[in-house]
Write a protein that binds this ligand. Structure first.
Ligand SMILES: *C/C=C(C)/C=C/C=C(C)/C=C/C1=C(C)CCCC1(C)C
Length: 239
């Protein structure tokens, strides 16, 4: 039995960067989850939920990465649908992180729903462009980009920023770093999208420049683990 399975398994090719980054992603997300969950016991009560959410973000990603790694290994295609399922669960949770740290300054669930709503619009339109209406990927990408910039506006200048201004210096600092993750770290994804959907679009010069999945995998590691570490640093510094 075992030997039949083993003989049917193909070792990963050394130039399979997509397969390799899925593989590393599984471990990185699992390790980060263990770290965030275990750290919960050593922080103040008011930060426990934030750390729990950090751990959930990387744990949900880990489960998807195990699936996506195997899908890639056996089908040899990008598991686009599950990529977007992962994001649709984890990006709203990243919005929850903003809400939780600003809650002490009076954040209302109204702000949370604006952030979540915009992130869902951003992802659903992105999915349409990437997987359903490829010919008009630029248009869906544009809709998605508008929703993205609305999130950027809310956290950099809108309601979330005002709440941050009324927060403790430690929370302000964490808010500012999370803002940079959204502006710079999240911008990795539209690049991956353009590289992956460029065929026949005005940005076709980017088509296949790099591998879309490698770009997405790098983006996920930076953003999901990075967000969690910002929260961890806040939780241990702000008693
Ligand atoms: C953990 C996963 C994260 C933080 C995923 C974030 C994804 C985005 C910010 C995606 C954005 C997109 C655009 C702004 C335009 C093109 C389509 C998308 C969905 C790739």
């Amino acid at each position: 039995m075992i030997s039949t399975i083993l003989s049917a398994m193909q070792p990963m090719a050394t130039n399979d960067y997509v397969g390799f980054t899925f593989f590393v992603g599984c471990m990185a997300m699992m390790a980060a989850s263990a770290f965030f969950f275990l750290s919960m016991s050593s922080v103040e009560g008011k930060w426990k939920t934030s750390l729990l959410v950090s751990g959930l973000i990387t744990f949900i990603a880990a489960v998807h990465y195990f699936y996506m790694r195997d899908y890639w290994a056996s089908v040899g295609e990008s598991p686009t649908f599950f990529r977007y399922v992962d994001w649709t669960l984890t990006v709203p949770l990243m919005c929850v992180e903003f809400y939780l740290i600003l809650k002490a300054a009076g954040a209302k669930t109204d702000l949370l729903w604006k952030l979540i709503g915009a992130s869902v619009v951003m992802l659903v339109t992105g999915y349409f462009g990437e997987a359903v209406y490829r010919d008009s990927a630029w248009l869906w990408g544009l809709f998605s980009g508008i929703a993205y910039f609305y999130i950027v506006y809310l956290i950099f200048a809108g309601e979330a920023k005002q709440l941050a201004n009324a927060s403790t210096p430690a929370v302000q600092n964490a808010h500012n770093i999370l803002c940079k993750f959204v502006l710079i770290g999240w911008a990795i994804y539209p690049i991956g999208y353009m590289v992956g959907t460029g065929e026949g679009q005005w940005y076709s010069f980017l088509n296949g420049a790099l591998d879309m999945d490698v770009i997405y995998n790098i983006g996920d590691a930076i953003n999901k683990i990075g967000f969690g570490l910002v929260i961890y640093a806040l939780a241990v510094s702000d008693k």
